[in-house]
Design a protein around this ligand. Structure first.
Ligand SMILES: [Zn+2]
Length: 140
């Protein structure tokens, strides 16, 4: 996958440009119901053709967290984080976040720089989840 896709500049579904927009445009319902929610003032890369394709940014509000995702991929990314993050946060399975990502990168056979849930496809999220489950069983 190209750098333009990983940096959120091109939508991988539509192959079109994206624009950097505030969260209140991504979540219009929340903007009305809960206008002070912090994610509303964060910035996101959003597809210019389909508003459901977007990705968040790091604290600089400019560097994308990865590729644009649709609703289904967003669910898989959340599932992935919910099983992977505790493995290093709780320090029982991995001593640090860095060690955990090195392990995942090796198991996924992907470069470390591309081993992030924000860059994964649905298939890759599934694979990462399976690897985490296997690892948990091994350790228990
Ligand atoms: Zn799109």
């Amino acid at each position: 996958m190209s750098a333009l896709i990983f940096s959120g500049k091109i939508c991988p579904y539509c192959n079109c440009n994206t624009s950097l927009v505030r969260g209140d445009l991504i979540y219009p319902k929340h903007a009305i119901e809960n206008p002070t929610a912090p994610f509303l003032s964060k910035y996101y890369y959003q597809c210019v053709q389909n508003t459901d394709h977007y990705v968040g940014t790091y604290s600089d509000n400019k560097t994308s967290l990865g590729r644009l995702a649709d609703g289904e991929l967003r669910l898989w990314k959340q599932k992935g984080h919910s099983i992977f993050d505790p493995l290093w946060k709780e320090k029982y399975y991995f001593a640090s976040q860095k060690i955990a990502y090195h392990w995942l990168s090796e198991k996924m056979e992907k470069p470390l720089s591309e081993t992030h849930f924000g860059m994964f496809t649905i298939e890759e999220c599934r694979k990462a989840i399976e690897l985490c489950k296997e690892h948990i069983h091994k350790k228990d």
